[in-house]
Design a protein around this ligand. Sequence first.
Ligand SMILES: Nc1ncnc2c1ncn2[C@@H]1O[C@H](COP(=O)(O)OP(=O)(O)OP(=O)(O)O)[C@@H](O)[C@H]1O
Length: 248
Amino acid sequence: MSEALVSLHNVTLAYRRHPAVHHVSGTLARGSLTAVVGPNGAGKSTLLKGILGQLPAQEGKVMLHLPASCIAYLPQQSALERQFPITVLDAVLLGAWTRRGLLGGIAHGERERALTALGEVGLSGFAARPVGTLSVGQFQRVLFARLMMQDAELILLDEPFNAIDARTTADLLALVHRWHAAGRTVLAVLHDHQQVRAHFPSTLLLARRLIAWGDSAEVLSAAHLQAAQDMIEAWDDHARPCAPELAA
Ligand SMILES: Nc1ncnc2c1ncn2[C@@H]1O[C@H](COP(=O)(O)OP(=O)(O)OP(=O)(O)O)[C@@H](O)[C@H]1O
């Protein structure tokens, strides 16, 4: 049996005591390449925040079998970040800051690593450009390069190909495959089931509760997808909050 990198034990995650993810149990295997799918509002981003520890479990337990500092996270792209008045190179170097801490400084050689990462995402020659002048797809390449600077064992991606064209998606998917081939564990929130079937061997299907988690072809069956849709439609977002003593 494969070794667990993250174990979820009956995990419930809530915002102001209103559960968004309910009683999820399962194991993310070390070295796995897993998609998180489910309808809008299914709790996919919330689950990532639970694994990161940004949102503490209201019930149950998230067990990390690696240091939290070995996790890299790419949130859904925000237009705000692209307005920062920094260059592409500095944006990539921020990945090194994440790893070393703000007081760690930029070590000798990290500038070279950042330039190499930019080359790997197809942005050689962009180092001095202000990030505000990039297209959405180019900026996503910068964020992937920044992620690579973290040299993380576990990489969490939240809708990494949203609003990204086919060419850029293919290039970034190739990077994800390289990370996987190098033994890293990748967990990505995705909406394109065809893409998941083609590129992600494992899938976690969420609809506030866990519908299925395992081999992608089995998880993405018509019956499971219908069950997920039914579960979301039946969900009562205005249900009474959980007991105050359990508040997150
Ligand atoms: N910061 C927050 N405060 C309160 N409720 C939140 C917060 N973030 C998310 N929620 C709620 O938690 C539920 C799950 O949201 P989440 O963003 O995790 O879903 P998702 O599956 O990632 O959705 P999508 O596919 O639309 O991005 C939703 O009902 C959402 O409104």
